[in-house]
Design a binder for this molecule. Sequence first.
Ligand SMILES: Cc1ncc(COP(=O)(O)O)c(C=O)c1O
Length: 449
Amino acid sequence: MAAAAKPLAATALPRLVIRLDRLRHNAARVVERGKAVGVEIIGVGKATLGDPRVIAALLAGGVRGIGDSRLPTLARLRGLTKAPLMLLRPPQRAETPQAAQVADVILLSELATAQRLSEAVRTGRGTSSPPAGRRPSSLQVILMVDLGDLREGLWPDQALGAAQQIAALPGLQLVGVGTNLTCYGGVIPTPANLGELVALRDALSARLHRPLPVVSGGNSSSLGLLWEGRLPAGVNQLRIGEGILLGRETTWRRPLPGLYQDAFTLQAEILELQYKPSLPRGELAQDAFGQTPRFADRGWRWRAILALGRQDVPPTSLQPLEDGVEILGASSDHLIADVTAMDPRPAVGDVLSFSLDYGGLLAAMTSPFVHRLYQDTPLQGVSQGKAASDGLFAEDGPERSAPKERRIRHAQDPSGFGRQCHSAKGPAGHRPGAAGQRGSHRPLSGGPA
Ligand SMILES: Cc1ncc(COP(=O)(O)O)c(C=O)c1O
């Protein structure tokens, strides 16, 4: 039966509903899976701007440390946790002293960056003494190697020489090699290219006459290999954001068996509901964003305008969760949806829910207009850790209850193995996601999730 939109309290909208219990669960599942083959997981919360409750959920799920590419976020987290912090993007020159003070480990690929960091560590590890309980003497660095994706990293045949020079710098401890794939070039991690990384580590280690313990084998695009048991031996660290936050690997955006894809949902209120033609009337030029819009004549339709715009989230990142809702487009402040097929028809003031892709999550977490409603209920059979109190609570709105789950048509049982991810099934022409463009791929099988 079609789910109907229900009126909600008219405050604190639009809002992200954040299921901390599901994030904790997802983190625990990925950690468990990694642990079984000797792979530690660094949780990456950057899409949430290092939201402290999200980070606490990841840590309670057992991630070994937290990674972020933005130093200000990492600095904020430094004050909240003693967990190891990894800076995923090399510091800019002016950031070097603070990076040396805040981060436990930094991914880098330039000798000049390493030299600056070495200098910062030697002159007192940044601007002031390190926080209590932290090693004062050395900063760990991981040398990034480009296995073909053409974002950061040294080309493999240049890595040996650079590693020797970096390893000789005082104050720095070169602990291993890393790579990042399926980010810019869309290159897939394979046993072959990650095996090359392990071989490179072995060669470096032999050249330096000392162990290099870390082989950091990429991001959520490596989770397919982990799940399929094809991650090459020797890879012992993965840095995981989307895999935990949205419960899917990122080569083809396949849902990970046993994980939730709906830890985040976005809700917005209907401001206007009008019966109008589907074709504009008058002479046409460009829209508010300089594009020339195209329209199909579908006759007269019920059109809802929601209080959500491109300033909050790109409309192509959203997938409606109520049956009968079709997103038509958005301007800065208005999301336009065709709700003709909704049964019963919604009313002005009703709230509609949407799932988001990674870009949508990033944008919504960045918009100052999007509120956050945290939910945290115990899950059976999952270690709850000490992340947050049980029950429902709201951070920045007066509500103390959340919208009813039954309104969300895909609220997922974590045992729903292999279901298609949201990004792959948006209306044609609506979602440019990789899954839709690159053809179909076999779902990941269940296994001991
Ligand atoms: C260097 C690096 N490692 C890991 C990640 C995590 O990526 P993902 O969200 O695909 O797991 C990112 C991006 O957030 C990154 O830039």
